[in-house]
Design a protein. Structure first.
Length: 493
């Protein structure tokens, strides 16, 4: 080993023993040693040669010993080990001829996911890159009360300490389940007790748990058309046969096709149909529950954005009307608090609770215990309700501004359909052939409204775009709509 090549620099921040350790290690990795060349000089001799203290050499040698580069022989000295750590960490190079690469044979369940995204499309999440995109259904995350949340998080950690670092309940934090059950009974008109609540990592996991609990591969699931894209992906991944059901002004159309199979699950968004925005009527709700009871089906009620209703108080949930244990109710904190929290919940009929907990335990055991405990305090101390009230007013103001500005700037090209609830609008095109051009213009200026057709399976609707409004300030909304109107005028004229 060429110790005379070692250079130690006393002017840099890196300690001398660390420099020595690093240079010896690099020499060992790149060198080749035999029995006659593997012995290192004594620490006293090396210290004298390099002009450093013996302690510095010993510190470097100790680190090399600890990491498996050196071994000592009593009375003989220090030697390089026969097999360096890199021997075990580096893959051997193949000596055979390279194999011809063949595409992996993927499972049917992967092919059943209706998702055209690829590569870097997944890197930024559903919302895409930061900026004013007007993508539908995004919340105003900059308005979340981070200081309150962090204070509560600190308090629960101080109180429960290392207990929150353990594996947690697959059912969910007991205090959180109790708080959610109380909220649903008091403010959503549900009928339940805490033992019916299963904490999940959001609505998508709730959908997957329900599908795995109830639907065998090939069995039918009814889904609203147009409807929630992620529901289509989850049920398709689970191997379900998706049956698109049309939507009218009262909600999902129930009448079964003459040759159709009865569904195992009926997926609905009754409080605020996504994406069209209508609310399911009481008559249709009662008829849907009756149909599920008569055909041994379950209803999955996705109650997204129900808290953000702008023309009166939030409507009671479908689950509160159910006397036969046929409604699975799901909620999420993604739109109310923030998406990366990854906390939601299932309110399950009692007969399904234990099977669902077993599935959750197989999937990922549990959600983050610290976040669950913090959310429980956020609910029980009143911050959750006050946050909803404040955000409902903020979104109402932004909604009114969007309607005014959109109709003023773009009313000649779109018919805006303001819904009673939710965080997006549907804008129907007046010129039905203009959609491709409008989409190109939006892409050029960084806007990402989604075509209504992207939510459809078989439904053939007039061309429309869905615009989000909740996540951006009044000034940002004005500027984005002004830029869109200006760009369209220059292209279409």
């Amino acid at each position: 080993m060429a110790f005379e090549m070692i250079r130690l620099d006393r002017t840099v921040a890196e300690p001398l023993h660390q420099q020595l350790y690093r240079q010896i290690r690099d020499e060992l990795i790149s060198g080749s040693f035999s029995d006659s060349s593997s012995r290192l000089p004594s620490s006293r001799a090396l210290a004298a040669d390099l002009g450093i203290s013996r302690l510095t050499v010993n510190l470097a040698f100790e680190k090399l010993h600890a990491e498996g580069y050196l071994r000592s022989r009593v009375g003989s000295g220090t030697f390089v080990v026969n097999l360096l750590p890199e021997t075990f960490l580096s893959a051997r190079r193949a000596t055979a001829e390279p194999q011809i690469e063949r595409p992996a044979r993927l499972s049917n369940r992967v092919r059943n996911i209706p998702d055209k995204r690829a590569g870097k499309d997944f890197d930024l999440g559903i919302a895409g890159a930061p900026g004013v995109s007007l993508i539908p259904a995004l919340a105003a995350l900059d308005e979340f009360p981070l200081e309150i949340w962090e204070r509560l998080r600190t308090q629960v950690l101080a109180k429960k300490g290392a207990h929150l670092l353990q594996y947690a309940s697959s059912r969910g934090d007991a205090d959180l389940r109790k708080a959610i059950a109380a909220y649903l009974c008091d403010f959503r008109g549900a009928r339940c007790h805490p033992d019916q609540i299963v904490i999940t990592a959001g609505t998508q996991q709730a959908l997957m748990i329900s599908a795995l609990a109830l639907v065998n591969p090939g069995e039918a699931v009814w889904i609203e058309d147009p409807g929630f894209q992620q529901a289509r992906r989850v049920f398709g991944f689970a191997g379900s046969t998706l049956i698109p059901r049309p939507i009218d002004q009262e909600g999902i159309v129930i009448a079964r096709p003459s040759k159709g199979r009865s569904p195992k699950i009926i997926f609905v968004t009754p409080s605020h149909q996504f994406p069209l925005g209508m609310t399911m009527t009481l008559e249709r709700r009662i008829a849907l529950i009756s149909y599920a009871r008569a055909h041994d089906a379950f209803i999955f009620e996705d109650d997204h954005s129900s808290e953000f209703r702008f023309t009166g108080p939030p409507l009671p949930c479908l689950q509160g009307l159910d006397n036969s244990g046929r409604v699975i109710y799901a909620g999420t904190m993604s739109k109310i608090l923030y998406p990366s929290l990854r906390l939601g919940y299932l309110l399950a009929p009692e007969q399904l609770v234990e099977p669902m907990i077993k599935i959750r335990a197989v999937m990922d055991q549990h959600s983050c215990a610290i976040d669950q405990a913090t959310l429980a305090r956020f609910l029980t101390e009143g911050f959750f309700l006050s946050h909803i009230k404040r955000m409902r007013q903020l979104y109402s103001d932004r909604r009114e501004l969007f309607i005014e500005q959109f109709n003023q700037l773009l009313g000649d090209r779109f018919i805006l359909q303001p819904p009673d609830a939710g965080l997006h609008f549907v804008a129907w095109l007046r010129g039905k052939t203009d959609l491709p051009l409008i989409m190109r213009v939006c892409a050029e200026i960084g806007l990402r409204p989604m075509p209504l057709s992207s939510f459809c399976m078989k439904a053939e609707l007039d061309p429309a775009l869905t615009f989000g409004f909740a996540a951006w300030s009044s000034a940002q909304i004005r500027e984005a709509l002004r830029k869109l109107a200006s760009s369209l005028n220059s292209k279409l004229h």
